[in-house]
Design a protein around this ligand. Structure first.
Ligand SMILES: [Zn+2]
Ligand SMILES: [Zn+2]
Length: 391
């Protein structure tokens, strides 16, 4: 069990909201700020306003680096912006309209959805009509709780996890059980959710069927662990980085293919003839074509690669082959994350094996490690306090 909120905060620095022109109260926070395209992140002091009625204040434990952070580092709709969208932390304060969450709750932050549009009301929060508005980092009314010398600062996906605190929408937050090492849980909110969800929610594989996974970074490896948990066999992992293929083997791949060194399609044919399921994270044309050629009749394929879909011919579609783009792995975070954590607790979903932690002041090194592929999942630790006390 997690300790009570009072214990947690007894050692933590007290928060003082600075009064600003009476009504609005703000606190000072440290955040890694991106001020323009391609720039390095600079740890800067920002002002953070109190949560509104439907928002919560979260004290951040750690935040994973995802490829989306790298893309946004090169192009964002808004500057300045705080990146980071694989955040874990503790609820510090809730807005007046928030139910079911309270101070002291350990949480993982995932994508933000409005909860009110037709897609959200019918349970497809991953198709929320405001998904990209939240992605870009301001509230729907164009404001932000964080600011720098009075100017609004955006927060990627409504999180802004590379900071000491965030104020985010209540729907961004997933309450988790105590007893886990909180600083390792952030990647559940994006990379792990997307990979595992694509297999569990879209492919829904049958036991003893063949699956191929193209690109085994965090998303691909999470898909691989979900495929193993689903009883798929063989499980074929394809990548060009040897270290990732080694990790794939450790996590359950039965066959590994280095796409740079060999004919991918011929290798799959040699292993098992063809596959019943395929998942692609690379968006790489050569890899997608190789997977496409090896789909068995009736095979399901899906992917999350930016700009890369599988172009099935009419004939292939008539053979029952399908392709889907799986935003967020078609996952509802509040449902999938507790399920994955239960598997993790039972030793059946060791996503923590992908993680290497970096201190906050080495955030640019963590980004570089992700860009080069030398670390599968860098996680930037903002506050070690909770984890050491919770163990
Ligand atoms: Zn991400
Ligand atoms: Zn919505």
């Amino acid at each position: 069990m997690m300790p009570g909120a009072a214990d947690l905060w007894s050692e933590a620095p007290s928060i003082s909201f600075l009064s600003e022109s009476g009504a609005k109260r703000r606190m000072k926070i440290k955040a890694a700020v991106l001020s323009g395209p391609g720039k390095k992140l600079a740890i800067t002091e920002l002002d953070l306003a109190e949560p509104r009625d439907q928002e919560v204040l979260v004290k951040i434990s750690a935040c994973g680096v995802c490829h989306t952070d790298l893309w946004v580092q090169d192009y964002s709709r808004h500057y300045p912006i705080v990146l980071g969208h694989e955040t874990s932390g503790i609820i510090e304060k809730t807005g007046k309209g928030v139910t079911g969450l309270q101070p002291g709750d350990p949480v993982v932050l995932s994508y933000t959805y409005c909860g009110e549009c037709e897609a959200c009301r019918s349970g497809r929060t991953y198709e929320c009509e405001h998904l990209y508005d939240f992605f870009e980092g301001l509230r729907l009314d164009g404001t932000s709780p964080r600011s720098l010398r009075g100017k609004p600062v955006a927060a990627l996906i409504g999180q802004g996890g590379f900071a000491a605190y965030t104020v985010c929408h209540k729907n961004t937050v997933v309450k988790v059980d105590g007893g886990f090492d909180l600083q390792l849980l952030g990647p559940l909110g994006c990379g792990v959710l997307t990979g595992a969800g694509s297999v569990l929610n879209c492919l829904k594989p049958a036991k003893k069927k063949a699956i191929a996974i193209g690109g085994v970074g965090c998303v691909g490896l999470s898909a691989l662990m979900a495929a193993k948990r689903s009883g798929c066999s063989p499980i074929i992992a394809i990548d060009r980085i040897p270290g990732r293929l080694e990790m794939a083997k450790e996590l359950g791949a039965t066959h590994c293919i280095n796409g740079d060194e060999t004919d991918i399609s011929a290798e799959i044919k040699k292993f098992c003839g063809g596959v019943d399921y395929a998942f692609d994270t690379s968006g790489n044309r050569r890899l997608l074509d190789a997977l496409r050629i090896r789909l068995n009749p009736g095979a399901s394929a899906c992917g999350v690669g930016i700009g890369g879909s599988m172009n099935l011919s009419r004939k292939e579609k008539e053979q029952g082959k399908t392709w889907e783009d799986t935003t967020a792995g078609w996952s509802v975070p509040q449902k999938l994350i507790p399920r994955l954590l239960a598997w993790h607790k039972a030793g059946k979903f060791p996503f923590d094996r992908m993680i290497k932690v970096f201190p906050f002041d080495e955030i640019n090194e963590a980004f570089e490690a992700n860009r080069s592929g030398s670390v599968i999942k860098p996680v930037v630790v903002i506050d070690r306090g909770y984890s050491s006390r919770a163990r």
